[in-house]
Design a protein around this ligand. Structure first.
Ligand code: AMP
Ligand code: GLY
Length: 422
């Protein structure tokens, strides 16, 4: 079978690697992918938004399965185009992807079906929002309703900060259309974790847990980023809480989508907080998490493609997980998530001479001369190691990175640290 992965980051690299290892798969394509993926996928000259060209090419090549990584093409209806063309696609429809694309849609759904989440109100009017927030205890959480690349969330500590955030979003259009509506919600205290499930209608197949690190610098300070690293499993979260999250959050959400006549197919990602009242939803995503996917898939010991085909056919697959832990650390260009320069040649990281348990997933790279990869700015790659424990995996990955330090790049030095010291 031929499989197409749409997207170009580290998540898609991890998907391509896993898919390429399937005995069912004769070829993996990435559209557009990045040159760091060439070892496991053939790159296509189509970008994520060229829906018609992607579908036509896939028809011609008789692609047997399409997996879509990023949220944008989902919101723009790429999965619908594939479904209309009769090509199997593991991704939600444009309507179902609203669970990520519109925070107010997700919140209203959770309220209607009593799915545990923070209390909230939605506003489009600045004066009404200001009046409401001035009566609340701090901190609160102010979120742009639409997609803002992980940057549309502010946690003001004072009323002045809260009103400033509302003014920027509602009056000054800080995130454009995405912040024309804001959600103001209760601040939840607790341990955060990511729980993803493969979903088709009411069938919900949970994956192992991961925790990502969204802030740029050690100790969870600095600006929010696309993710600076992740680890799996998450030992601070007890098994009862995971079971509760599956039974009270993921399964009811999948059922709710079916009842609303917006059935969900693909990865339903719940960003959860383990509060004193049990797990509650921070947000839903309609796709594989980045960088969670890069530390979860290498721990999956069965054939991902067979698993996805089973889910698409409504059969519950048996998942087998490695008892090993994985820690993944992102190497980013200095300045990220602000302006940063590219053009830095990368050393040979993967392949010959490297231990098998180091995985490199490229994101911000382009092709340089002599087969060499060159950074493009932003997040450049994630190095991940499997180990017998999180401690062991952490030691391995930081020992590996120490050998490959480059002054133009930086990484966090505390990925997974909290899990090891608790
Ligand atoms: P989001 O984009 O909704 O995932 O929010 C980004 C980050 O803000 C989350 O990963 C949390 O750390 C934090 N956050 C969002 N909502 C809440 C909340 N209601 N209570 C506490 N922290 C939150
Ligand atoms: N790691 C968070 C996300 O994928 O949105």
């Amino acid at each position: 079978m031929k499989v197409l992965v749409v997207g170009r980051g580290g998540r898609e690299h991890a998907l391509c690697e896993k898919i390429a290892s399937s005995p069912l798969v004769e070829r993996v394509y990435a559209a557009p992918g990045n040159p760091g993926m060439k070892g496991c996928a053939e790159l296509l000259p189509y970008t994520e938004d060229e829906h018609q060209r992607l579908v036509e090419w896939s028809k011609k090549e008789r692609i047997g399965l399409v997996v879509i990584g990023p949220e944008k093409p989902l919101m723009e209806g790429l999965a619908d185009c594939y479904r209309e063309a009769g090509i199997p696609v593991f991704a939600p429809s444009q309507r179902a992807a609203q669970i990520e694309g519109s925070k107010s849609f997700a919140k209203e759904l959770m309220e209607r079906y009593r799915i545990p989440t923070a209390k909230y109100r939605v506003f489009t009017d600045y004066d009404a929002a200001k009046e409401y927030v001035e009566k609340l205890d701090m901190p609160v959480v102010v979120k742009a309703d639409g997609l803002a690349a992980g940057k549309g969330v502010v946690i003001p500590q004072t009323h002045t900060e809260a009103v400033d955030a509302l003014r920027e979003m509602l009056l000054e259009s800080r995130f454009g259309e995405a912040s024309a509506r804001v959600v103001i919600e209760e601040f939840m205290d607790g341990e955060e974790f990511s729980l993803m499930a493969l979903v088709h209608g009411e069938l919900v197949v949970p994956l192992e847990l991961a925790q990502d690190h969204k802030r740029a610098f050690d100790g969870d300070v600095g600006p929010n980023t696309g993710g600076m690293g992740a680890y799996s499993p998450v030992p601070q979260i007890p098994a009862w809480a995971v079971q509760q999250a599956v039974e009270e959050i993921l399964e009811p959400t999948a059922r709710a989508m079916v009842q609303e006549d917006i059935p969900f197919t693909g990865v339903l990602y719940a960003g959860l907080m383990l509060t004193a009242q049990g797990p509650k939803v921070i947000e839903f995503n309609a796709r594989f998490g980045d960088p969670e996917t890069q530390v979860i898939l290498p721990r999956l010991e069965c054939d991902l493609v067979q698993v996805i085909l089973d889910v698409l056919a409504g059969r519950r697959p048996e998942l087998k997980w490695s008892s090993q832990a994985m820690v993944g650390v992102v190497m980013a260009s200095r300045g990220y998530p602000g302006v940063c320069a590219g053009g830095v040649p990368l050393p040979e990281l993967a392949g010959e001479g490297q231990a098998d348990d180091v995985h490199i997933y490229y994101s911000g790279v382009c092709q340089g001369e002599h087969q060499c990869l060159v950074s493009r700015g932003g997040r450049v790659y994630l190095a991940g190691c499997l180990g017998d424990s999180l401690r062991d995996a952490r030691e391995k990955v930081y020992a590996f990175l120490a050998k490959h330090e480059q002054p133009e790049f930086f990484c966090r030095t505390d990925i997974g640290k909290k899990a090891v010291s608790t």
